[in-house]
Design a protein around this ligand. Structure first.
Ligand code: AMP
Ligand code: MG
Length: 307
């Protein structure tokens, strides 16, 4: 855990409108004051992220969340009550204080209360909502350790080290509009869990092939540099590669054992992909996990990584 001095320094940098890479339970974020357009523009510049991709704003209290949203429908209260702090982002109509840079010009803002104690502490110390997309170059693998962030940005960005991320993949993003609940990006908070809680159908926004309801949904990759192929157990391509397997591997080589539990698998996925990518082999083959709902978010990331 970071020292008091490190936290003070990070808070001072954030207050002055500059960037700090911070740990969250999903992935490391490249954070800036969400209410300062200049600060937010710096995020896009550093990541090489297109301005058409909206950012998620991180808050430390319901009061802060509600100060950013123009409407707070009953579903927001129920979902936030059950899953915050945690890996769920709510997309709601925005208040005018949220700059257009944050929302890619949309009238809605994505808001999340992270559970990582360091993220919460930095939001409290600064008193600021923090816009924080993943701390990597656009389309590349998301960082789940401070070392991954340093690989992406070197010493040019201050990184607060809060250990390895516990969830390990990006949040579930849910739009609440006109009484409808729609998943824009799957994550470890499952559709079924939200449906059970709300007692109604939760829609899933069109796949990458369909028309996109928001600019935030165009091609994303979450990709290593090495070619990724998704395979049935032990159906490996010719040549040399790394094999991320759940069942027993039949061939010796760079075999990387993955957990058979989806939460543990998600937690390890990007770390193992970073490690496999660093070997610079011909391919990374990933055994497809079971086609059951609790694996949905992982299938989503694997598909994008293999794109
Ligand atoms: P990232 O910050 O890279 O984890 O990605 C944030 C994602 O959240 C975006 O790519 C969108 O899919 C989604 N998102 C954030 N804000 C909005 C919004 N206002 N409307 C729709 N989707 C959003
Ligand atoms: Mg990202």
């Amino acid at each position: 855990m970071p020292s008091e001095e490190e936290l003070d320094r990070a808070a001072a940098i954030l207050r002055s409108g500059h960037l700090v890479a911070i740990p969250t339970e999903t992935v490391y974020g490249l954070a800036a004051n969400a209410l300062d357009r200049e600060a937010v523009r710096r995020i896009f510049k550093w990541k090489g992220r297109p301005l058409s991709s909206p950012l998620i704003v991180h808050v430390a209290s319901l009061e802060m969340a509600r100060s950013l949203a123009r409407e707070w429908p009953p579903e927001a209260g129920i979902l936030a009550g059950a899953f915050w702090p945690g890996p769920l982002t709510l997309v709601l109509p925005k208040q005018p204080i949220v700059p257009d840079e944050v929302t890619a010009g949309l009238d809605t803002v994505g808001i999340r209360m992270p559970s990582h104690p360091v993220a919460l502490e930095l939001i409290r110390r600064t008193g600021l909502p923090l816009a924080a997309p993943s701390a990597n170059q656009f389309t590349q693998l998301s960082p789940t350790t401070a070392a991954h962030v340093r690989q992406a940005f070197g010493d040019s960005v201050v990184v607060v080290d809060g250990g390895a991320c516990e969830v390990g993949i990006e949040s579930t993003v849910v739009a609440l509009r006109n009484g409808e609940v729609t998943v824009l990006r799957p994550g470890m908070i499952a559709v079924e869990a939200m449906e059970a809680l709300l007692g109604r159908t939760v829609h899933i926004a069109g796949s990458v092939e369909g028309p996109h309801p928001s600019p935030g949904m165009h091609h994303r990759h979450y990709s290593p540099r090495t070619r990724v192929v998704l395979v049935a157990a032990n159906q490996l391509p010719e040549g040399a590669g790394a094999y991320l397997h759940i069942s027993e591997p039949q061939r010796s080589g760079h075999n990387m054992a993955m957990p058979s539990d989806p939460a543990a698998y998600a937690q390890r996925l990007y770390q193992v992909l970073h490690a496999a990518d660093a070997l610079a082999l011909d391919w990374i083959a990933i055994e497809l996990p079971p086609q059951t709902p609790e694996w949905a978010a992982i299938h989503d990331r694997l598909r994008r990584a293999a794109n």
